[in-house]
Design a protein around this ligand. Structure first.
Ligand code: PMP
Ligand code: GLN
Length: 380
């Protein structure tokens, strides 16, 4: 078989988690919490897993009661008209499936897709599998802000889609309302769609608010906005996410979704619908993660890592040039093997593995995990 992705290895998240397990290292690499979802959510899942009638296929676009809850929550949080659960919301197998369904629905062979780099590792390969051509625009280090003039220069009549991710993986950068307004102006004269990956929507710190593409009407009308319950409810293993898009766009996403996974786990959708109307989880999440970010930062004071600003997400990027001149992949491996802390090399988020000497920590970990990891990191 001739590979369709000959240059692509196993995802860095699998590689580093496996290495962490082999070495008995603390896993600050792959982004997932080492604590559980809220008790009420786990109990709801157990309850629905025992409920006769909740064991078969859910409706293809998602359980109506979950789509209604998503609609209600979206309107309440972002002050926008409630998306229509029947025509504008699709529940997917994690944001991962939503990403793939959007790309498969929108991108034709030869279409250009603008991707801001570094970018989540599946973007480029998933675009290419549709025959699309990723057009990479670098974010500016150390703040990982977009240069909108460069984005403008990258737009061509062949641009089918632009992808953004705010808060951003791996950097934690957040786009501002001004960024979104600028983007809306840039896209105004084009036929390009927008995919806005907002899975970390409830992890924005220091009093700043998440700016959603849904809040800018000129963007919302051409946008697929994605989120994931995995991030918001500490339940990455449940793999439930969703896509909000105008009716014509949603219809196309569903055409793909119905043949990709058809539907998402019924008991998990019921359980999420039970808890979603209570705002407790997502209103407390910013403070919850801001405290972890600050704790991790304090614990690393006096270490030789230089932490870059992280206004959102549950990731912390760091320079290590006071410690080593190694490439980031080699350094990440050595950190795991010799010092017992697994991290992700940021070069894994660049299509040609561009190496800026940066590593990514995930701080979605218990305080004792962060404390132990920091003790090791301070000794390097
Ligand atoms: N987009 C980004 C930016 C992510 O970090 C992740 C989580 N790894 C996903 C999408 C995928 O989300 P899910 O786990 O819900 O499939
Ligand atoms: N999004 C998570 C991260 O960036 C990992 C998801 C995955 O393992 N595919 O670490």
């Amino acid at each position: 078989l001739t590979s369709k992705l000959p240059d692509v290895g196993t995802s860095i998240f699998s590689v580093m988690s496996q290495l962490a397990a082999e070495c008995g290292a603390i896993n600050l690499a792959q982004g997932f919490p080492d604590y559980d979802p809220p008790q009420a959510l786990m109990e709801a899942l157990a309850r629905h897993a025992r409920t006769p009638g909740h064991q078969q296929y859910a409706p293809m676009p998602g359980l109506p009661r979950l789509r209604e809850a998503i609609s209600h929550k979206t309107a309440a949080v972002y002050g926008v008209p409630a998306p229509d659960p029947n025509t504008e919301i699709t529940v997917t197998s994690g944001a991962t499936e939503a990403l793939y369904a959007v790309l498969a629905a929108v991108v034709r062979p030869g279409d250009e897709v603008i991707v801001l780099e570094p970018a989540y590792d599946l973007y480029g390969p998933a675009i290419r599998l549709q025959g699309g051509v990723p057009v990479y625009v670098p974010l500016r280090i150390p703040e990982f802000t977009p240069d909108w003039d460069q984005v403008k220069a990258a737009l061509t009549p062949r641009t089918r889609l632009m992808m953004i991710n705010t808060p951003h993986n791996p950097s934690g950068a957040v786009l501002t309302p001004q960024d979104l307004a600028t983007l809306a102006e840039l896209l105004a004269d084009t036929n390009a769609f927008l995919l806005s990956d907002e899975v970390y929507e409830h992890m924005v710190f220091d009093g700043q608010q998440h700016a959603s593409a849904l809040q800018v009407p000129a963007l919302a009308e051409r946008s697929f906005v994605l989120s994931s319950f995995g991030k918001t409810y500490h339940a990455t293993g449940w793999k439930v996410g969703y896509c909000i898009a105008p009716p014509l766009l949603t219809a196309e996403v569903r055409r793909v979704h119905q043949f990709l996974t058809f539907a998402v786990s019924t008991p998990a959708q019921h359980a999420l619908a039970d808890v979603l109307l209570d705002p407790e989880q997502y209103t407390t999440l910013p403070a919850f993660y801001q405290r972890k970010r600050d704790l991790f930062g304090q614990l690393l004071q006096g270490s030789r890592f230089e932490l870059l600003p992280t206004p959102g997400s549950y990731f912390q990027v760091a320079r290590y040039d006071q410690i080593s001149t190694e490439g980031d992949a080699a350094f990440a491996q050595r950190l795991t093997r010799e010092f017992g802390v697994a991290v992700i090399p940021v070069s894994a988020f660049y299509h040609h593995g561009l190496d800026h000497g940066l590593i990514r920590f995930c701080f979605a970990k218990r305080d004792d995990t962060l404390t132990l990891a920091a003790e090791r990191l301070r000794q390097i």
